[in-house]
Design a protein around this ligand. Structure first.
Ligand SMILES: [Zn+2]
Length: 136
């Protein structure tokens, strides 16, 4: 069961001028991550309904560490007309602080992808996270 039952979201575009490649190793323990394509989030599903612009979904990928159970989801989408500035977002699993009731959810990323507000409070990517995108 994952300890990282909560999540926060980051805007990768505000940090990187050129879209970086995917992360390979865990932010916490450095172990190689497993990755898996996911169905796009509820937020993206809403944008896919536009008919005045042509929506484009690039990817929604879940990255998981089987060593420490940390996870993140990177998602990119946008519109054909503005394809030079696609959204590039990262949802990161975090350990709850304080006395949170532990629930038995094994897949908190599914809750995140189903959360209409998942990208409402975007944080700036910290330098210590950014370096994982640049590592070859
Ligand atoms: Zn790890």
């Amino acid at each position: 069961m994952t300890k990282y039952i909560q999540y926060e979201s980051y805007d990768l575009r505000s940090y990187f001028s050129i879209m970086p490649g995917h992360i390979k190793t865990c932010f916490h323990c450095g172990h190689i991550l497993c990755s898996k394509e996911m169905h796009f989030s509820k937020v993206v599903a809403e944008d896919m309904k536009w008919d005045s612009l042509i929506p484009v979904h690039e990817f929604t990928i879940l990255f998981q560490c089987d060593q420490c159970s940390w996870w993140c989801v990177r998602e990119s989408w946008g519109f054909y007309e503005t394809s030079n500035c696609m959204y590039d977002r990262l949802i990161v699993g975090v350990i709850p602080v304080g006395d949170q009731i532990e629930h038995k959810d094994d897949a908190p990323w599914l809750l995140a992808l189903d959360d209409e507000k998942v990208y409402e409070n975007l944080l700036n990517l910290p330098k210590e996270f950014a370096k994982f995108f640049l590592a070859k």
